[in-house]
Every structure is written in C-alpha cells, then in structure tokens.
Design a protein around this ligand. Structure first.
Ligand code: ADP
Ligand code: MG
Length: 226
C-alpha cells in the first residue's frame, strides 16, 4: 500500500510538472515561431525550406503541449495580485510577431496600476488565446485594439477586432471543447479561456457579427496591490 501511495504521488507530481513546464515553454515557442515565420520570406530557397520545416516542427510541439495540458487537469494554481496593464502588455508583445505577419497592427491602451487576483501564467494565457483568435479572424490585416482599464470595482479587458466575426450558431458553441471553424484549429483555446476567467471570479462576453468583427469583454473583480 505504501509503495502504491508513493507511486500515485509521483504520478501526480509528474503531471503537475508537465503542466507547468508546458505552460512556460509554450510562450517562447510561439515567439520563436513568429520570428522564424518572418525569416521564412528569405530569397534563398534553402533558407526558406529550413525555416518552414522548423516552423512545422514547432507547430507539432505546440500541439503535443496542448494535449498534455488538457490531460493534466491538476495544474498548480497561484493567486496573487496581478498588474493587469503590465501582463496584458507582455501578452500583446508575445503576439506581435504573429500580427505583423498578417499586416495587423496590435494596439494596447491601458491605465496603470490596476490589479486582479490570479495566476500570472494563466492570465497571460487568456489574453494570448483571445488575441490569437482575433488575429486569425483577420486574414486580410487591419487593427486589433486591446484595452485594459478599471471601472468601479472591476477591471475590464477588451479585445476588439474587425475580422470575419461569428454566426449565432458559432457564438453558441464557443467554449465547448473541440469546437473549431478552422482547418488546423484545436478548439481548445476558448474553453481554456472560459475556465481560467471563471476560476478568477471573472466574466467573459462575446459580441460578434458575421463579416463585421468581434468584441470580447472580460470583467474581473478588482484587487488591491497586496
Ligand atoms: P481554435 O482557435 O483552435 O479554432 P478556439 O477555442 O480558440 O479554437 O476558438 C473556437 C472558434 O471560435 C474558432 O475556430 C472561431 O471560429 C471562433 N472564434 C473565436 N474567437 C473569434 C474571433 N475573434 N473572431 C471570429 N471567430 C472567433
Ligand atoms: Mg484559438
């Protein structure tokens, strides 16, 4: 019995480690991929081939990480005051290479010094997932505006795009696992977003019109600086 308990503890620990490593590794992978994509427009044919091969392998690594993250349900969760402006800015920076690739200008307007309670990595993941969807909804380029500000006892984060938008049916299925309208989508991004926002005591609302664009509004209870 003792032996089995130890084994269960070990498995649990491995699961938690896998989840936190996956979280940490995913953002740098995204950045590296973005820059490789910028380089892949090289004039040299061999360079282009090496770049596209590297990008494909990074994509594969990202999918494997997604699967692991999804499997490991017991992710370690921290709760401390998060500087919203700063963290949203980091997430926006992370996604900027992707935006540039698609002729998108990613703007971030924020007011300093407002805080929410949560986990740094998870909060950034929320912003990254939402902004990624906005970018992917604007294949023809344009402007995405991210706003973060305080409104009474809430901190609001908005992500506004004027991309392809969603139908009522798509809006209704948003957040259910594996729902994706994309050829290479996993349909897990929004589900993770909903789960994290809820765990932070927040609320998320999508307003969208097919062909016009999408507005994502997230409301979190404001916290003190701690
Ligand atoms: P994935 O991005 O892998 O498809 P998500 O869970 O992130 O999975 O998103 C699910 C679906 O929701 C997308 O395939 C897309 O159809 C829709 N969606 C989410 N955000 C937007 C947006 N800003 N504009 C248009 N469609 C969106
Ligand atoms: Mg997505």
């Amino acid at each position: 019995f003792q032996e089995r308990l130890r084994q269960a503890e070990r498995l649990n620990m491995i699961g938690e480690m896998a989840a936190s490593i996956a979280h940490e590794v995913r953002n740098p992978l995204t950045v590296v991929k973005g820059f490789l994509q910028l380089l892949s427009s090289s004039n040299d044919e061999k360079t282009r081939l090496y770049m596209t091969t590297s990008i494909a392998e990074l994509d594969r690594a990202e999918f494997i990480i997604s699967d692991y993250l999804n499997m490991a349900k017991n992710q370690p969760e921290e709760r401390h005051p998060l500087d919203v402006c700063e963290l949203v800015e980091t997430a926006v920076q992370t996604m900027t290479p992707f935006a540039v690739m698609q002729s998108i200008e990613l703007r971030h307007l924020c007011e300093r010094d407002h805080y929410v309670q949560g986990d740094t990595v998870k909060f950034k993941q929320v912003i990254i997932n939402v902004v990624k969807n906005a970018i992917e909804a604007m294949p023809g380029g344009g402007i995405i505006e991210v706003q973060s500000f305080r409104q009474e006892d809430e901190v609001i984060v908005k992500v506004l795009d004027n991309g392809e938008g969603m139908t009522q049916e798509q809006l209704g299925r948003l957040g259910s696992p594996y729902f994706s309208a994309k050829e290479k989508g996993t349909g897990l991004g929004t589900m993770v977003v909903f789960r994290i926002v809820e765990s932070m005591g927040g609320k998320i609302t999508y307003r969208s019109e097919k062909g016009k664009g999408t507005q994502v509004v997230m409301q979190f209870p404001a916290a003190g600086e701690g």
